[in-house]
Design a protein around this ligand. Structure first.
Ligand SMILES: [Zn+2]
Length: 149
């Protein structure tokens, strides 16, 4: 399901404008401010992604010769990415490799682990997750506290 009601959360680290659904965007802004108050910098890498955009990612990886099974361990198939919902965001911080497991050693990850739940964000793909997805310490999603899932 692709989100349609989206608002800007500003620029990502590549100077591309990023979007989330309004409630998630508001929670993200509050969380970034709160982290800044603790001298922790949270930066967006990627938030909402359309089905077309996701299809492009897969297509480029196939064209570069990667195996489809290997690709799908790392990138969700179009239609299955949590980024389509407008509630997920990939996060980085200055000095950390982007979208690398090493992010878990950053102050930002430690801060998120301790504080993100207060803003409704949680890690979607922890180590040994049941979804067959690689561990993604950078991928956080906002979950509507009014809903059970
Ligand atoms: Zn992600």
């Amino acid at each position: 399901m692709e989100a349609s009601d989206l608002v800007s959360i500003g620029m990502d680290i590549y100077q591309r404008e990023q979007h989330m659904v309004p409630a998630a965007a508001k929670a993200w802004r509050l969380m970034v401010e709160s982290a800044a108050g603790d001298q922790v910098v949270l930066q967006a890498v990627s938030a909402f992604r359309s089905l077309d955009y996701q299809a492009g990612i897969i297509r480029r990886k196939l064209e570069s010769g990667q195996d489809i099974r290997e690709i799908l361990r790392v990138s969700a198939a179009p239609g299955y990415s949590e980024h389509h919902t407008g509630r997920a965001i990939d996060v980085t911080t200055p000095g950390s490799a982007v979208l690398e497991e090493a992010f878990e050693q950053s102050d930002a990850f430690a801060w998120l682990s301790e504080n993100a739940s207060r803003f409704g964000f949680s890690l979607s793909f922890p180590r040994e997750n049941p979804y067959g997805v690689i561990y993604e310490p950078w991928h956080w999603a906002w979950r509507d506290p009014g809903k059970s899932t």
